[in-house]
Write a protein that binds this ligand. Structure first.
Ligand code: SF4
Length: 473
């Protein structure tokens, strides 16, 4: 139940990652490299901003008319021979998948990357019910072997160094001890996964886009593992959030042009696989449409746009907080700026620290291919959390005091004067002591001799007048 979720304290959860400075810097650099590749790709397309505008319009329209498009999609997918299932929440989604597997005496499934199944905790659920689950995306397989969760929605193992991958593969795949050559490790993973593909009884995939007017599905991968995973088994189960729809086939090109460029700085994903109905008359295609809180977000005027997300990960790659604190510090399936919007929508109390894990620099909003105003949404969440009294009392009091001060010019000037004088005479230990962690790596600037107001009164060009209230407005 969501109400019993543990409360995430982002600063504490980030401590281990942040205090490992070499890892934190290397993680930061790796993601900035991806962000820079994205910029090059975006700049190479003159119509980039037009595409973003189009994507935002299409998504806003689709989400507004979601019930109609879902019905249209169900009718068309059924006409093509697929079986459509509806799941209100994660529990129902997992039950549906398990029922399908049991009905077909399945003991092993191969799965391509799906953030929805991560969100629903499908792996753990199936394993608890005696099913072997093999994640076939390389990054996902690495974190699965290590007993971890993905730290990024596109680059699940971005927090792990190649030497650590070498240790993991040595332990589980029998590669040479100390091997860290990416080429050798990739070949080892490929050999290992080929065997799993051949023995998979059911293939499970996520869905990047579903098309209402055709009833088809699109899965984008760079490794071709979705195709391999569903080509041999008789049964393909595709799990998708209800927000993944686009109305028409021609809308798809807007998103495929934006997705890979935003995600990894590639012109297109290596594989863009289309599934229109089951493979042949002996095969089955099951599509599980999952709500799991999406309708609640859709009902919110402020946060509805967060459903437009196409899970490209660009907001994570650019976020200075995410890059330095690592994805696991969010304790959420979707981390980073979009995760900090979606998390509190699921459970405000459990994820109350996430909207504050943000400098409000707005870089996420600038790169988002579907133009979600992410930093505005994070600010809006802060207001909601304050209203719900979910912000620590000392922070609330401090903000109230600051607000009172900023609203009183005389008091503000007096406080400034007091601050300038006290900083000169009081001992440094008053601000720099073990109780003030903020000051640990920071120093205060030299207090100025006078306030800006006083400086301006003395230095303003002769003839210029103080700006009147009317002129200011
Ligand atoms: S919010 Fe925007 S930038 Fe972030 S993952 Fe979603 S689509 Fe990409």
């Amino acid at each position: 139940m969501t109400s019993t979720l543990p409360i995430v304290d982002h600063p504490s959860a980030a401590r281990e990652f942040v205090t490992n400075e070499p890892r934190s810097h290397w993680h930061d650099d790796s993601l900035w490299f991806v962000r820079s590749k994205r910029d090059k790709q975006a700049q190479s397309i003159p119509e980039w901003e037009y595409l973003r505008e189009q994507a935002s319009t299409i998504k806003n329209h689709t989400i507004a008319k979601l019930p109609e498009y879902l019905q249209q999609f169900e009718a068309n997918a059924t006409r093509l021979g697929a079986v459509v299932h509806w799941a209100a929440d994660a529990e129902e989604h997992n039950r549906i998948v398990l029922d399908l597997l049991r009905r077909n005496d399945t003991l092993r499934i191969v799965k391509s990357k799906s953030m929805l199944t991560e969100e629903c905790g499908l792996n753990e659920y199936l394993i608890d019910n005696g099913i072997e689950v093999v994640d076939t995306d390389l990054g996902e397989r690495i974190v699965q072997l290590r007993g971890e969760t993905p730290s990024h929605i596109v680059l699940p193992a971005i927090h792990i160094k190649k030497e650590e991958v070498g240790d993991t593969f040595h332990k589980y795949l029998g590669t040479r001890a100390g091997e860290s050559d990416p080429q050798v490790l990739t070949e080892a993973a490929r050999g290992h996964l080929r065997g799993k593909f051949l023995s998979g009884e059911v293939g499970i995939t996520g869905v990047n886009f579903a098309i209402a007017d055709t009833g088809g599905l699109v899965v984008c991968t760079n490794e071709g593992n979705a195709d391999l995973g569903v080509s041999l088994p008789r049964i393909h189960i595709a799990c998708m959030g209800i927000e993944k729809l686009v109305p028409r086939f021609q809308d798809l090109s807007v998103f495929t042009r934006l997705l890979a460029r935003s995600a990894t700085g590639q012109p297109i994903t290596s594989y863009t696989s289309h599934f229109h109905g089951p493979r042949d008359e002996n095969s089955e295609l099951h599509i599980v449409l999952v709500d799991n809180g999406r309708s609640k977000i859709r009902d919110s005027k402020t946060f509805r746009e967060s459903l437009n997300c196409i899970r490209c990960g660009a907001c994570m790659n650019t976020c200075p907080v995410y890059r330095r604190s690592g994805g696991h510090s969010y304790r959420a399936t979707v981390p980073g700026p979009i995760g900090s919007v979606l998390g509190p929508a699921k459970n405000a109390k459990a994820h109350k620290s996430l909207p504050f894990a943000c400098s409000l620099c707005g870089s996420c909003t600038d790169v988002c291919p579907v133009k979600i105003p992410l930093h505005h949404q994070l600010l809006a969440w802060r207001k909601v959390l304050v209203g719900k009294r979910l912000v620590a009392w000392n922070k609330r009091m401090a903000m109230k005091a600051a607000s009172f001060l900023f609203c009183n010019p005389t008091l503000f000037a007096a406080a400034g004067y007091l601050g300038r004088v006290s900083l000169k005479v009081l001992p440094k230990s008053l601000t720099h002591n073990p109780f003030n962690t903020w000051a640990k790596d920071r120093d205060l600037p030299e207090p100025p001799k006078e306030s800006f107001h006083e400086w301006y009164a003395k230095n303003r060009p002769s003839g210029s007048e103080t700006i009147s209230k009317e002129e200011r407005s």
